[in-house]
Design a protein. Structure first.
Lengths: 113, 113
């Protein structure tokens, strides 16, 4: 299972763009990159998933360079409600058999007024 | 149902007692996962079900922990002779197929006193 490394914490202010980078040097060919968001007292919530280049949805963008050894979650114009822990995970989409998602300690994002 | 439902949401038990935690996955989701999250920590994988079978039980901390799933739906995580170190939030997730699109429940907060 590919291991991920991400900053323990980040601080930002309302209205700013936040970029959280995750390293996954041992990512395998079949692995996808997935980001989850977790608020206190709640289970993690899926944000975005990608394999290469760029993926964008209504919540965030995910940038993946050609070598796929890292990825960057970009949150545009954050608000106080974006204060949460963000987890980067890599894993097989499941076509080759059982796969469990391994959560690291995540990045604790604090957005201030 | 519309989401993953876990019960109870909170459980306080005395050391040495047995507890059962329940997870109702999203209807039709074949894969079901149990994770544990201690205060301020990341998620620790416990066990995974594909249908009613558990291909990977490697994450169960000890033989006091067991889990079952019946009818490809509801799962129960049982902790026997609870210890204080078992105190944590136990999270359940389901997905339509292994490795894809986890949806988490809100968890059961277990406190062993």
């Amino acid at each position: 299972l590919a291991k991920t490394t991400q900053p323990i914490s980040m601080d930002s202010y309302e209205g700013q763009e936040v970029n959280i980078t995750c390293s996954h040097n041992n990512i395998a060919t079949n692995d996808y990159i997935t980001w989850y968001q977790q608020f206190p007292s709640q289970g993690p919530r899926f944000i975005i998933q990608g394999y290469k280049t760029k993926v964008t949805n209504e919540v965030a963008s995910l940038f993946i360079p050609a070598d796929r050894k890292s990825s960057t979650l970009s949150l545009p114009r954050v608000s106080l409600s974006d204060t949460a822990v963000y987890y980067c995970l890599v894993g097989d989409m499941g076509n080759t058999g059982f796969q469990k998602l391994v959560f690291g300690t995540g990045t604790r994002l604090l957005v201030s007024p | 149902g519309a989401g993953v439902s876990q019960s109870p949401s909170n459980k306080v038990t005395e050391k040495g007692k047995d507890v059962e935690l329940r997870c109702d996955p999203i209807s039709g989701h074949t894969a079901l996962y149990w994770y544990r999250q201690s205060l301020g920590q990341g998620l620790e994988f416990l066990i995974y079900f594909q249908g009613n079978s558990a291909p990977d039980k490697s994450g169960l901390p000890s033989d006091r922990f067991s889990a079952e799933r019946t009818g490809g739906s509801v799962s129960t995580l049982t902790i026997q002779r609870t210890q204080q170190e078992d105190s944590a939030v136990y999270l359940c997730a389901s997905s339509p197929r292994q490795g894809y699109g986890y949806t988490f429940g809100s968890g059961t907060r277990l406190t062993v006193v």
